[in-house]
Design a binder for this molecule. Structure first.
Ligand code: ADP
Length: 633
């Protein structure tokens, strides 16, 4: 018999398991029980409609410790594996590439974290065993196979007579105890029972173990008055309660139980920000248990991320990811739906068109929305945590549906505002607006600090109004798609539609722009197609210049769109605004009479500084620096 080598990645994982980098070695049992339960699901599901002679309550998982030979068996009568499946499933890691994942910052995650994300799977058996033997017979196969391995060197696969029926027997040869680790505990009844309770209580098949039980000895006739004697008998005991958590009443479930179920099922060890458990008595009737995670899963922005809720029919899983149950903008939600009204044998394809499923999906969307609104109202801190993780998805929701999801989502949006730098909702902003305010002001930039430094932000602030500070690429596109909130237009403070002054101010400014037309035209000519016009402005406070754009394409949109791989670059229509009250205005007028050439140089410098303030690149930094030095000496 030829020894086979593990595939490279499996070997790496195996090495880690053997060297026990994982602190909770006990989770091996949870992993093997879950695999057994999956195999039972598969068997049950595949044989629906067939006469297998087996009823659902005959599907069981057995745990058999044997202290004498120091082995622990985990046995199931599920679908089993063929020789080939043993090879593929246990010689390689199915989710190949999983070890290369990087976190969002591009740093390598530690191996432990990565394993944590996936659940550790079958290989965790090697954390507690020197040798693992898997004997399995696939459903309907007349040949069983044995897979055996002593660890990282490789494994053998051979024919076997055992098991006689479909199913799998996994035998762990437990490691010897050391000073630190008492592997022998995994043979103790109480330990195994408490591990099953802790991790696998909701497995929907009975997990059975032969246990010692002290029972009163039966008394012979006439001995009724004698004191009771006790004896030890071996009895089959069911270790798990099997009642799925979502079938229980809310008031019977503790927060810890909800969270345990979440981390077990979705491999997320950080508690969710929100648990939404509901029973729907309507038609179709269903129970749902939905979690809103508190952080972004590591693969959330990759194409591997699949949205969806698990779908059960009366406690039996139909699919573990039913995408149709969630709109894209709530794709972060995790959880499940269990409905007795769905028929079990509908296939995945048919599912997509199932009318009842659509009704459930609509209800779930409403429910998630209302629960998030409640969270926003009742627990701002938690909501902000949620929004920092998934707010982008809500914004894409509005943008990606061309505004169709606006009504649904607009009250879930929050933005940082110049009002103490805190997050505000659009409603809160609106309520604080003075009557005279024309619309909802916002400004875009890389950071809120940079936005606060914009001359235009300062101008709006000093006029006693609030500015929303948008730092995410998608933000402005979302607001554009929304057009308005409750009838109030969104206005980018860096556009020429910002109109703050009094009528008098406006007229004085118009006069100045007319009087200085020649100078302004000269500046425009010097800068060519970089700007569409130059003009004097009175909304810059103490600052000398800024760039404003038309409201169709703003500088922010230009920046974001041009960062995309598109052939034709987009150009915002820019106006160079010069502060009419600043000394530079007078200087320009003076130079225009005496030294036109210098006005040209000043114009270029002013334009470049305005670009820097707006976060736009300077076309030729070295020419700019030459020019500065030329004017300095
Ligand atoms: P995962 O369960 O995450 O897919 P595992 O390493 O735990 O990864 O298991 C690999 C595969 O081996 C499973 O996907 C399944 O196909 C198969 N397998 C494991 N245990 C059993 C079992 N008891 N019965 C049938 N198939 C099993």
């Amino acid at each position: 018999m030829r020894k086979k080598q593990f595939k490279a990645e499996s070997k790496k994982l195996l090495d880690m398991m053997i060297n026990s980098i994982y602190t909770h070695k006990e989770i091996f049992l949870r992993e093997l029980i879950s695999n057994a339960s999956d195999a039972l699901d598969k068997q049950y599901y595949n044989s629906l409609g067939e006469d297998t002679g087996m009823s659902r309550n005959e599907y069981v998982i057995r745990i058999e410790p044997d202290k004498e030979v120091r082995t622990l068996k985990i046995i199931d009568n599920g679908c089993g594996m063929t020789g080939e499946e043993l090879e593929v499933n246990l010689g390689t890691i199915a989710k190949s590439g999983s070890l290369d994942f990087k976190n969002e910052n591009g740093e390598d995650k530690t191996d432990v974290e990565i394993i944590g994300q996936f659940g550790v799977g079958f290989y965790s058996a090697f954390m507690v065993s020197d040798r693992v033997v898997v004997e399995s017979r696939a459903n309907g196969s007349d040949q069983a196979y044995r897979w055996s391995s002593n660890g990282a060197e490789g494994y053998y696969i051979e024919k076997s007579d055992y098991p006689e029926n479909h199913g799998t027997v996994i035998t762990l040869y437990l490691k010897q105890d050391t000073d630190d680790e008492k592997y022998g505990e995994f043979l103790e009844e109480y330990e195994l029972e408490s591990l099953v309770k802790k991790y696998s209580d909701y497995i929907r098949y009975p997990i059975m173990m032969k246990c010692e039980n002290r029972v009163p000895k039966e008394k012979a006739e006439g001995e009724e008055d004698k004191p009771t004697e006790w004896e030890t008998v071996i009895e089959d005991r069911q270790l798990n309660s099997m009642v799925p958590i979502w079938r229980k009443n809310k008031n019977e479930i503790t927060e810890e139980e909800y969270n345990n179920f979440y981390s077990e099922k979705f491999y997320d060890f950080e508690a969710p920000v929100k648990v939404i458990h509901s029973k729907n008595e309507g038609v179709p009737a269903y129970d749902s248990l939905i979690y809103i995670p508190s952080h972004v899963p590591f693969n959330y922005f990759s194409k591997d991320y699949e949205k969806g809720l698990a779908l059960y029919s009366n406690g039996v899983m139909i699919t573990d990811k039913c995408g149709e149950l969630l709109p894209d903008y709530f794709n972060f939600a995790k959880g499940l739906v269990d409905s007795p009204d769905l028929s079990l044998n509908i296939s995945r394809e048919l599912l997509q068109h199932d009318r009842q499923l659509k009704v459930i999906a609509k209800n779930i969307e409403k429910k998630i929305k209302s629960e998030l609104e409640k969270l926003l109202k009742d627990d701002r801190e938690k909501y902000e945590k949620f929004f920092e993780a998934f707010g982008v998805q809500l914004k894409y929701g509005i943008y990606g549906t061309y505004g169709m999801a606006k009504e649904n989502l607009q009250n879930l949006l929050i933005f940082k505002s110049t009002n103490e730098g805190k997050y505000v909702t659009l409603k809160e902003y609106e309520e604080r607006m003075p009557d005279s305010q024309k619309g909802i002001y916002y400004a875009c930039g890389e950071t809120t600090a940079k936005i606060e430094m914009l001359p235009q932000t300062e101008a709006v602030k000093s006029a006693g109004m609030e500015v929303l500070m948008l730092t995410n690429d998608i933000d402005e596109f979302t607001l554009k798609m929304m057009r308005d909130y409750d009838g109030k237009q969104f206005i980018n403070v860096c556009t020429d539609s910002l109109d703050l002054g009094t009528e008098e101010d406006k007229q004085a400014l118009e006069q100045k722009n007319t009087d200085e037309k020649d100078l302004l035209d000269f500046i425009k000519e010097t800068l060519g197609d970089k700007i569409v016009a130059a003009k004097f402005s009175n909304r810059l406070g103490s600052h000398p210049v800024c760039l404003t754009s038309g409201s169709e394409i703003t500088t922010e949109m230009e920046r974001v769109l041009n960062a995309q791989p598109i052939a034709e670059k987009i150009k915002a229509q820019l106006t160079l605004e010069i502060n009419s009250d600043h000394a530079i205005a007078a200087k320009l007028s003076e130079l225009y009479e005496s030294d036109k050439d210098k006005v040209g140089k000043y114009a270029k410098l002013l334009y470049n500084s305005a670009c820097l303030i707006s976060g736009l690149p300077v076309d030729d930094p070295s020419a700019m620096s030459d020019l500065i030095c030329e004017l300095m000496v």
